[in-house]
Design a protein around this ligand. Structure first.
Ligand SMILES: [Zn+2]
Ligand SMILES: [Zn+2]
Ligand SMILES: [Zn+2]
Length: 88
């Protein structure tokens, strides 16, 4: 027995089951290369909100300060490197 409506919750591309129709629509966009989150500044698309907010720090100039000496870094790896070099 085939239940009508059951199939719009399973992705026809990869077979992934989604909990709702809206998450299915968002999921299908991934296969189409359409991103759910677009940067309002440069238009770059991201599949996750975290990806977009990480990218937005580029435009807003948000930097990561060293908790010890307050020196600011653009990338987390640079901050980690700094703390290693300064041994603090
Ligand atoms: Zn899929
Ligand atoms: Zn951007
Ligand atoms: Zn420091």
């Amino acid at each position: 027995m085939v239940q009508v409506g059951m199939f719009d919750k399973v992705c026809s591309v990869c077979g992934k089951a989604l909990s709702s129709k809206s998450s299915m629509l968002r999921h299908k966009n991934l296969h189409l290369g359409i991103y759910s989150y677009n940067c309002s500044v440069c238009g770059k698309g991201f599949s996750t909100k975290d990806g977009l907010s990480g990218h937005m720090s580029w435009h807003t100039g948000t930097k990561l300060p060293c908790p010890v000496c307050q020196k600011q870094f653009r990338y987390k790896v640079d901050l980690l490197k700094h703390r290693k070099v300064m041994a603090h």
